[in-house]
Design a protein around this ligand. Structure first.
Ligand code: HEC
Length: 151
C-alpha cells in the first residue's frame, strides 16, 4: 500500500527539479540562476532538493523491502496455522504429514491456487476454500516461491 504512494512522491520530486530547471531556461539558465546574487538562497534550495531526493531514494526501497518482508512473514504465519497441520513447508516451520510435503512437491503458483479452490486435487481429503481471493493468491505466490528452500 505504501510503496506505490512513495513511488509517486519520488516522481513528484523529480518533476519539481525538472520544473526548476525548465523555468530557469534549461540547464544553462538553472546554472546561471544558481550563480546570481541570490545564489546563496538558490544553492540552499537546491541542496534541500538533493537531500530530500536522496532521502526518498533510500527511504522508498527500505520501506518497500520492509513491507514485502512483513507481508511474507505474515503469510508464513498463516501457512503455519492454516496449512501446517497437514503440510510440511520448511520456510514456514510447518511439519504436517497428512498431505504431500510441499518442499518436495514444489507446486507452481497455479497449482497451489487450484488446490486452494478445489481442496487439493478435489478428492475430499483437503478442505476447499481455506483461503480465498487476494489471500489465496498471496499464499500461492508464497508457497511457490519458498517450496524446496531450507529454513
Ligand atoms: C486437513 C488437512 C489439510 C489442510 C489443512 C491443507 N491441506 Fe493441502 N492437501 C491435503 C491433502 C490430504 C492433500 C493431498 C490430496 C489431494 O491433493 O487432494 C493436499 C494437497 C495439497 C496440494 C497439492 C495439490 C496437487 O495439485 O497435487 C497443495 C498445493 C496444497 N494441498 C496446499 C495447501 C495449502 C496452501 C493449505 C493451506 C491454506 C493446505 N493445503 C491445507 C490436506 C490438507
Amino acid at each position: 500500500m505504501l510503496g506505490p504512494l512513495l513511488f509517486l512522491l519520488a516522481w513528484i520530486v523529480v518533476a519539481l527539479v525538472l520544473f526548476f530547471v525548465a523555468i530557469s531556461g534549461g540547464p544553462r539558465g538553472a546554472r546561471r540562476r544558481l550563480q546570481s546574487p541570490t545564489r546563496q538562497a538558490w544553492r540552499m534550495t537546491f541542496t534541500v532538493f538533493i537531500v530530500v531526493f536522496a532521502g526518498i531514494g533510500i527511504a522508498i526501497p527500505t520501506l518497500v523491502i520492509a513491507g514485502a518482508h512483513r507481508s511474507r512473514e505474515s503469510t508464513a504465519r498463516t501457512f503455519a496455522s492454516t496449512c501446517g497441520t497437514c503440510h510440511t513447508l520448511a520456510r514456514a516451520g510447518a511439519t504436517g504429514t497428512v498431505g504431500p510435503n510441499l518442499d518436495q512437491l514444489k507446486p507452481t503458483v497455479m497449482r497451489v491456487q487450484n488446490a486452494l479452490a478445489l481442496g487439493g486435487t478435489g478428492d475430499g481429503r483437503m478442505p476447499a476454500g481455506l483461503l480465498q481471493g487476494a489471500q489465496a493468491v498471496q499464499m500461492a505466490q508464497f508457497v511457490a516461491s519458498v517450496a524446496g528452500k531450507r529454513g
